[in-house]
Design a protein. Sequence first.
Length: 213
Amino acid sequence: MTIAPALSRRKAAAAALGLLGGCAARPSHPCAAAAGADAWVVGHGWHTEIVLRRDDLAGPLAAFQAPFAGAAVLAFGFGKRSFVLAEAGAAEELLLGPLPGLGVVQVKGLRLPPDAVYPGRVIGLALPPGGLAPLCRFIGDSLRREAGAPVPAHPGALRGSLFYEAVPGYSLGFTCNTWTAAALRQAGLPVSEGGVVLAGAVLAQLAPLGCAA
């Protein structure tokens, strides 16, 4: 039985996650109006997601209202396809996590507002007038389509989410957090995706703009 190689793989996996991660600090100012925001960003340590009200989904995203009929809001996140869809604890994917690969978009329905589901990890944002449509369009344009329909990356739901093939690929130059920043810039917020790799780089830009919940 070779214990040392297994330990080395675990250390390497932890290092890979550390490279991708970096838990971001929560913005210091709480906001009672977070529930009335136009959009939310959820920080999951190394990963960020954009949350929109189901009834607000417009353009290409309106098609998601039916599959998530019981949801109040929908969370959208970008990631590396093989990493996101890997079995939990798959060491080979943890080791390869920082390397470039095909992208995937995750769509998850929540029955409660995001600040109720993820307390202390949510920033509520007020979008500029007309900002919702380009935000929805950016997210929709991230989905690879065939015959006008998003292409599933996994047959059916997985861990309560649906997964779709993404147009952009994943790399350390374009991570889930880069995608989040780019989407919010399209919505008209003063956010830049330049140099954004870790969650903290985008959440720090949002702290002065939104409300922590």
